[in-house]
Design a protein around this ligand. Structure first.
Ligand code: GDP
Ligand code: IMO
Ligand code: MG
Length: 423
């Protein structure tokens, strides 16, 4: 089997887009399996950052076919805009993009609902991206959702939207079904050639020994089952999400590349034990350009949390790690790694707590590493890294007990050290 999964090991924005872009040079197919336009995967194309939200990050490799799997949620208008943007940039997507006929659709009323629910939650809000992703998944599980396959049957589609809105009386009056249909129809006409049975397609391509890369969105600690609930997204970015979100059985997934930054970030609400002290955080955020690719919000920044990342390696069965943004740590005197938590009652724990309040009350216990002064951006050979950077990476490998095979030293595809080819 020639398959790999690329999965974020923390709270998203680990640099998955760059790593997928790099690894998909050799991929026949790249498939997204969960999430929607809440994702923002930045790929540098012709030297400029281009954030992708729903289209897989393999799209810049001319021969790679991109698939939006059944586990994703699709906002038709945003998807169409993304396609237009890519075409303007000269990226030819004809015959290279397929959308699962089983994927669920995000409608304008889902976006409204996302905003309203956050408003109602007040101080307990999740800090969502307001892309309507949570409410789309809510409808999927409530069995009132509308799928890509339904778009091709206009009369049935009207009935389905009516039924959906009839279950939400508090917002029924706000939406005119006729105008929703009118807005959606021209886009459906343009996109319908992309709608296929991706379950069949992916399985038969894998059986033909084609190289398939599964691209995770968000990250393990945002997983609705395994993350810092309720401060999570509404899907499964972890490995199990691949099987449900593409119809490819877990026995067909060979390697799992976990992606983590050389430090930690988090956007949105929820506990973040290793957050930097405020002044340093502000300076670091600017220096490392830590602002959301989807919402532009400032990301909280902190030290590498090996407790969380170890947990993520376990739940995903990670076979190797890609460390990104190592260059952003240049100039930091002492680099810390959280190796255990001290709980409120003074106990030392090395496992990731299920009880989110407990996580928010923990105090990190750090191991310290010496920093380096040199600018390391763009270095492509490990031996050219300062000894302190090598010691830091070795320290992470020892703590996590997983090999680091890719080290990213800049946002461009070429700014990478590949210690071991994955395929
Ligand atoms: P994703 O959601 O996991 O794909 O990550 P994002 O694209 O949201 O955020 C990662 C950010 O870091 C993007 O702006 C990338 O261009 C940038 N990036 C990725 N790898 C590196 C790296 O090694 N060094 C630097 N300086 N930037 C990087
Ligand atoms: P990528 O794929 C970082 C966060 C939001 C919020 C929570 C729920 O770029 O790594 P949602 O809109 O999904 O209901 O929001 O999840 N979140 C992300 N954080 N990267 C992402 O995606 C995210 N997608 C959602 O900030 O805290
Ligand atoms: Mg992102």
């Amino acid at each position: 089997m020639n398959t790999i999964a690329v999965i974020g090991l923390s709270w998203g924005d680990e640099g998955k887009g760059k790593i997928v872009d790099l690894l998909s040079e050799k991929a026949d197919i790249v498939a997204r399996y969960q999430g929607g336009t809440n994702a923002g995967h930045t790929v540098y194309y012709k030297g400029e950052p281009l954030p992708l939200h729903l289209i897989p990050s393999g799209i810049f490799n001319k021969k790679t076919i991109c698939v939006i799997g059944n586990g994703c949620v699709v906002n038709l208008k945003s998807l169409y805009e993304e396609i237009i943007l890519l075409e303007k940039e000269g990226v030819d997507i004809q015959g290279r993009l397929f959308i699962s006929d089983r994927a669920h659709i995000t409608f304008p009323f889902h976006i409204y609902e996302d905003k309203k629910i956050e408003e109602i939650k007040g101080s307990k809000k999740v800090g969502t991206t307001f892309k309507g992703v949570g409410p789309t998944y809510t409808d999927k599980y409530a069995r009132t959702g509308i799928r890509v396959a339904d778009l091709l049957h206009l009369d049935d589609l009207k009935t389905l939207i009516e039924f959906n809105l009839s279950t939400k009386k508090w917002m029924r009056e706000k939406f005119n079904i006729k105008s929703i249909l009118e807005e959606c129809q021209p886009i459906v006409n343009k996109l319908k050639e992309y709608f296929i049975d991706t379950v069949l397609f992916l399985n038969s391509e894998i059986d033909k020994e084609r190289k398939v890369l599964f691209e995770g969105a968000q990250g393990t600690l945002l997983d609705v089952d395994l993350g810092t609930y309720p401060y999570v997204t509404s899907s499964n970015p972890t490995i199990g999400g691949i099987s449900t979100g593409t119809g490819v059985p877990s026995s067909k997934i060979k390697d799992v590349v976990g992606v983590a930054k050389a430090y930690a970030t988090r956007i949105g609400e929820g506990p973040f034990p290793t957050v930097f002290e405020r002044d340093f955080e502000d300076r670091f955020r600017k220096h490392a350009k830590e602002f959301g690719a989807t919402t532009g919000r400032p990301r909280r920044c902190g030290w590498f949390d090996a407790v969380g990342i170890k947990y993520a390696c376990m739940v995903n069965g990670v076979t190797s790690i890609a460390i990104t943004k190592l260059d952003c740590l240049s100039g930091v005197d002492k680099i810390k790694v959280c190796v255990e938590y001290r709980t409120k009652d003074g106990k030392r724990v090395s496992s990731f707590p299920a009880y989110t309040k407990e996580l928010s009350e923990t105090i990190p216990i750090y191991e310290e590493f010496k920093g380096w002064k040199q600018d390391i951006r763009g270095i492509v050979k490990a031996r050219l890294l300062p000894s302190e950077a090598l010691d830091y990476l070795k320290g992470l490998e020892d703590i996590l007990n997983v090999d680091i095979t890719i080290i990213s030293t800049g946002p461009n595809r070429k700014e990478t050290i590949v210690k071991k080819e994955i395929w």
